[in-house]
Every structure is written in C-alpha cells, then in structure tokens.
Design a protein around this ligand. Structure first.
Ligand code: HEC
Ligand code: HEC
Ligand code: HEC
Length: 163
C-alpha cells in the first residue's frame, strides 16, 4: 500500500468517525471539536496533572510541554514503523503510542483517565508505564538517529522535559 492510499484511508476513517461523534459532541472536550477530527493538535503530556486521582504517579516534574501530537500522528510517523517500539500502520498511526487501541474512536471517546488507568494497569504500574512511554518516544528518535535519518526527534532528557 502506498503512503498516499494509507493517508486517504485514514482521513476517510476520521470523517466517518466525526460523523458518528457528532451525535455526542456535547460529551467531547472543546479541544477535539476545534480540529478537523479527533486528533488534538499540541498537547502537554502530564498524566499526573490531568488525572490526579491515579495513585503513584510522579508529581508532574517531568511533563512534556507542547508535544506536537497531530504532526506526529499525521506526518512524522508515516513510513517509520520500523523504528517504533510498537508496530503501527500509516492508516492508523495512533497505535504507535496508544498501545493496544484499535481505532481513533477507542481513544477519543473513552474517558481519558479511565483509559490511562487501564493503560497503566496493563503495563504493571506507573513506573512501568513511564518506561513504556520512554520506549515509545525516545527509542524511535534514537533508532532513527542511529539509522542516519536526517530528521529524528530529541533523545536527551531536557530536550523533551525542559530544564
Ligand atoms: C522523547 C521524549 C523524552 C525523552 C528524551 C525523555 N523523556 Fe521522560 N518522559 C517522556 C514522556 C512522554 C513521559 C510521560 C509523561 C507523563 O506520563 O506524564 C515521561 C516521563 C518521565 C518521568 C515520569 C515523571 C512524570 O512526571 O510523569 C520521569 C521521571 C522522566 N520521564 C525522566 C526522564 C529522564 C531522566 C530522561 C533522560 C534520561 C528522560 N525522561 C527522557 C518523554 C521523554
Ligand atoms: C507519537 C505518539 C502519539 C501518537 C501517534 C498519537 N498520540 Fe494521542 N496522545 C499521545 C500522548 C502521549 C497523549 C497523552 C497521554 C494520553 O492521554 O494517553 C495523547 C493524548 C491523546 C488524547 C487525549 C487528549 C487530551 O489530553 O484530552 C486523544 C483524544 C488522542 N491522543 C487521540 C489520538 C488519535 C486519534 C491518534 C491517531 C490519529 C493519536 N492520538 C496519535 C501520544 C500520541
Ligand atoms: C515512529 C517514530 C516517532 C515516535 C514514536 C515519536 N516520535 Fe517524536 N519525532 C519523530 C521525528 C521523525 C521527529 C522529527 C521531525 C522533524 O523534525 O521533521 C520527532 C520530533 C519530536 C520532537 C521535536 C519537536 C518537534 O515537534 O519537531 C519532540 C519534542 C518529540 N518528537 C517528542 C516525542 C514524544 C514525547 C513522543 C512520544 C509520546 C514521540 N516524540 C514519539 C519521530 C517519532
């Protein structure tokens, strides 16, 4: 499958998803309504701040500010599955980071903290979840750098976490 057909298939899914979602728009965060679909644009990754009810997380010392979520999902990841910790397809890049998700709707319609609680439990606790997130994010950047790709992402702590 070419990259283009993958992208087309993906946008169709997004459109269909939005149509279904229209019926329950009231239930979706404003962030999701603003964009063309279900992919929040830039997000600050800080599970502790977003879901303080989840026990055992670090107190937000290591958030990732202004993560280019949508750019990753729609551009950076295309054709790069070989570098990723979890395999995905260009038609469904979400699976690279939302491990185990089967569709965009599964992510965007779920209650965020319930979804994260399940993800953390599945990994075996907050510490393992952190390790998993580092494998997801950092390893792809490292593997791309090692392979000599001209554009790879940051690999050093403070490049993701700030100073
Ligand atoms: C490619 C980006 C990236 C790099 C590089 C990176 N991290 Fe992280 N780190 C993350 C993400 C994403 C999370 C998950 C944040 C969350 O769940 O709130 C995280 C979580 C953490 C946490 C858990 C604390 C919290 O607030 O959730 C610690 C501690 C941490 N990182 C330390 C480090 C250290 C030390 C390094 C360097 C050895 C490093 N990180 C490199 C992306 C990165
Ligand atoms: C490169 C990694 C990555 C990719 C690819 C990715 N996401 Fe995410 N996304 C994250 C992280 C990290 C978070 C913050 C932690 C969480 O909520 O799981 C997040 C959060 C979200 C949220 C909750 C936003 C909020 O804070 O309210 C939604 C909805 C979402 N993603 C949907 C998607 C969809 C749909 C796709 C595929 C089109 C996708 N994501 C692809 C990493 C990614
Ligand atoms: C499959 C590979 C892959 C995965 C997985 C991935 N990235 Fe990246 N990331 C890239 C590439 C490629 C770039 C550089 C893109 C460019 O400069 O054109 C990048 C760039 C970045 C940058 C630099 C700023 C920017 O937006 O260009 C940050 C910060 C970053 N990634 C954080 C993360 C975090 C946090 C995660 C996990 C939630 C993650 N990345 C997951 C491939 C990946």
């Amino acid at each position: 499958m070419s990259k283009d057909s993958g992208r087309k298939k993906f946008s169709l899914r997004t459109v269909l998803g939005s149509a279904c979602a229209a019926a329950m728009l009231f239930a979706l965060p404003a962030q999701l309504m603003a964009g063309e679909g279900q992919i929040p644009d830039k997000i600050t990754i800080n599970v502790q701040a977003g879901c303080p009810q989840i026990a055992g997380l670090d107190q937000g010392k290591k958030e990732v500010k202004e993560f280019s979520h949508k750019l990753h999902a729609e551009k950076y990841l295309l054709g790069k599955s070989e570098y990723a910790a979890h395999p995905y397809t260009d038609a469904f890049t979400c699976a690279a980071c939302h491990v185990g998700a089967q569709s965009p709707e599964m992510i965007s319609k779920a209650d965020k903290c319930a979804r994260l609680t399940a993800a953390i439990d599945k990994e075996g606790g907050p510490k393992k979840y952190k390790e998993m997130m580092h494998a997801v994010c950092q390893n792809c950047h490292k593997n791309m750098k090692k392979a000599g790709e001209s554009k790879s992402g940051p690999t050093k702590c403070n490049e993701c976490h700030g100073k």
